[in-house]
Design a protein around this ligand. Structure first.
Ligand code: URP
Ligand code: ZN
Ligand code: ZN
Ligand code: ZN
Length: 485
């Protein structure tokens, strides 16, 4: 087996920065140190050698709103690798009444084309005895320990509070982690109907129909229900101060809650929806919608202070043609935006280069934190001997202007079009295979492997211990008063 050595770089992890070479064999890191030799040399002079990015929130070839998202596991993971991301986690979505195991089979078929490693979250899209039973099988036989619940998309993916509580209780029992898309779907449906009736049919009305209050309310509700069930909670696409405030408060109270802002919400704002060009605005329709600077500042502060843990993309890319399903009615515009290729360069440029984040914090929020939460650390998210050689050799001087004309994604536009980024991969390695070589894409379709993740993480164990200790107990009394007769 030939070896590769990444030479003369500076290793940057979530907690350390030091000069060292990294030796890779058979897809794993076998040595870290000075003066290492290998069969092939990758020159990292002037570069940072970091754990490859993990994007824990993508929807590749997702069946949604009458169509399928246009990036599949091949183009999506190719886009990720081009931007330094070496693992993605997609959401497996059972149809109404479908068994969870049957849904996984469909996702298994799609994911055979992946260029980098991947895992799945399971979505709880309906509730019944079958789902209750399948959850155990999914955890024990498939290594999927994260279960997503949509509090929005009424009449489609949404679950009600009784179902949410039942599922959270089951997860607590099984040692799983609950996830939520937190927007109040009932309120969104009412507001959508009212806006349409008043003649507000354009894409800007998508934002009006989902104000920050619907997200704040649902986030707080999910946190309280998770606390009552005794399950750790991961809140996806946290976009506003109200939701962040609920997460921040919960964490300060010792609750096990994580928040995930998206690179889109950090760097793009609501003014995009007021663009006179319908296509421009519709291409940016996603849920939750982009927000104003007050919310963006809150998200950045959350990353700085640690109250928010992970930066993801929710990559769910629809072409302009697909977006035009909603020309007459904004509620028919497929919800979703892309970002897989741009997450790391945009976060570096707007986070590290501005001094809002340290390089170590960048690694934490793009890779290491989520690897720990999902329970695949240090196989992923680490530069350590024995870890998978999922690495990015990051050139802080390399720059480009983002453009759809040169992107890997299959769609015909890019929501970051025209943004200058400085900080790009020189090399991206996926289990030791060089998928990006000095800007050239050398991905191998089908190279990606499924990453199984065990339940009962250390956080689950700590939380269940605490919940047991503080559970309601009957008071032991010495005597029972006689009845008054
Ligand atoms: O608009 C979005 N976010 N589309 C993808 C599905 C979801 O809600 O995550
Ligand atoms: Zn080479
Ligand atoms: Zn969502
Ligand atoms: Zn999503």
């Amino acid at each position: 087996m030939t070896t590769k050595v990444i030479k003369n770089g500076t290793v940057v992890t979530a907690d350390l920065t030091y000069e060292a070479d990294v030796l890779v064999e058979n897809g794993v890191i076998i040595e870290i140190g000075k003066g290492l030799k290998g069969d092939e040399e990758l020159d990292a002079t002037g570069c940072y050698v970091m754990p490859g990015g993990i994007d824990p929130h993508v929807h590749l070839e997702m069946p949604f709103m009458g169509t399928y998202s246009s990036d599949d596991f091949e183009s999506g993971t190719r886009a990720g690798l081009a931007g330094g991301t070496t693992m993605v986690v997609d959401f497996c979505l059972p149809n109404q009444g479908e068994s969870l195991m049957d849904a996984i089979k469909r996702w298994d078929n799609k994911s055979t084309r992946a260029n980098c490693d991947y895992s799945f979250h399971m979505a709880v899209t309906w509730w019944g005895e079958q789902v209750f039973n399948d959850m155990k099988t999914v955890i024990e036989q498939r290594g999927i320990n994260t279960f997503k619940h949509f509090l929005a998309y009424k009449g489609a993916l949404m679950v009600n509070d009784d179902e949410l509580f039942a599922s959270f209780n089951r997860l607590s029992e099984l040692g799983g982690i609950a996830m939520v898309h937190a927007e109040n779907g009932d309120v969104v449906a009412e507001m959508t109907a009212k806006l349409l009736a008043e003649g507000n049919t354009g894409p800007e009305a998508h934002a009006y129909s989902r104000p920050s209050q619907v997200e704040g309310e649902a986030t707080n509700r999910a946190i309280m229900i998770a606390d009552m069930a005794g399950v750790p909670l991961y809140v996806v696409h946290t976009s506003c101060e109200e939701a962040h405030e609920a997460i921040r408060r919960a964490r300060m109270q010792g609750k096990r809650v994580w928040g995930e802002p998206l690179i889109q919400h950090l760097t793009l704002d609501e003014s995009e929806y007021f663009n006179a060009d319908w296509d421009h605005a519709a291409r940016r329709v996603m849920s939750p919608p982009f927000r104003n600077k007050k919310h963006q500042d809150s998200l950045w502060a959350g990353l700085q202070s640690g109250s928010l843990s992970v930066v993801a993309t929710d990559h769910c890319a629809f072409t302009t043609e697909q977006k035009r399903f909603g020309l007459k009615d904004f509620s028919q515009i497929p919800n979703g935006t892309g970002g897989l290729e741009d997450r790391m360069p945009m976060l570096w440029t707007q986070g590290v280069a501005t001094g809002r984040l340290t390089p170590n914090e960048f690694v934490a929020v793009t890779s290491t934190n989520i690897a720990k939460i999902l329970n695949c650390y240090p196989k992923k998210g680490a530069v350590l001997v024995g870890a998978d050689a999922d690495l990015v050799v990051w050139d802080p001087e390399k720059s480009k202007t983002i453009s759809a004309s040169s992107q890997q994604s299959a769609i015909d536009y890019n929501v970051f079009e025209g943004h200058e980024v400085k900080g790009l991969p020189r090399f991206t390695l996926t289990r030791g295979q060089v998928a990006v070589h000095d800007g050239e894409i050398r991905t191998q379709e089908g190279h990606g492997q499924f990453v199984a993740r065990e339940a009962n993480t250390t956080v689950n164990k700590a939380l269940s211990t605490w919940k047991e200790l503080t559970a309601p107990q009957p008071v032991q009394r010495s005597g029972i008063p006689a009845t008054g007769v």
